[in-house]
Design a binder for this molecule. Sequence first.
Ligand SMILES: [Zn+2]
Length: 253
Amino acid sequence: MMEEDYPEPEEFDETDFDKTKGRKLKVLCVRCEGKTNHTVLQSVIRNISENYMNWSGTYEVIQCLGCESISFREEIYFSELAEPWPGGSNGIEVSLYPKRTEHTRPQKPTYHAPPTVRKIYKEVIDCYNNESYILCAAGLRAMVEGICASKGIKKGKVEITLEDETKQTKTLTNIQGKISGLFEQGYLTKDHSDILHEHRFLGNEAVHELSSPTPEELNIAIDILEHTLEALFNLPRQAIDLKNHRSRRKNKT
Ligand SMILES: [Zn+2]
């Protein structure tokens, strides 16, 4: 065959805006648990073809149709990565930002918590989602300390077992004492404070004594502290907002 029988490859470099706008997708949500329906709010598509190779990138701002969270989806196709045989790759790679997996813990809104507590909470969730479990445990301790500091809790009664196996109740100022203090002031239920006491990673004094906790253990401890944040800082604020709203309505009539 003569060389001129091959057609010249078509070369292009195109950019399209909002071509996929309004498209519906099922995607893992950053906040809801599991996959939910999302819609594309805006998109940019680039298509490049040169030397018989095709590359395309689809960049989409997407919104969850449940919780309305907005995030970013990137879909890259590269013809050189496609394997045209059964079970082969279709050459498409999808990434979501912020990153998420089935086990990703969404970050709960903590607008009304003190800034330090909010910052530590964000880092705790980041560590958990990045599988940095020792740092996550250290962060949970810091969160308990931060919550106690904001409420002026410095100590609490802890039942300790002496060498001869007898039990004694002592007032302590360490992290165990503070967990008890949260219960004594009514900020934690008895069950929740017992569970937190059972976690060795919250009991050890120094970070170098921390054994790597399991994700399941951390998950429960994070659940409890999220409840605590909600009860301590969000609910009282919502009660004030509701009261103001009512009195404004009353004044109007
Ligand atoms: Zn959602």
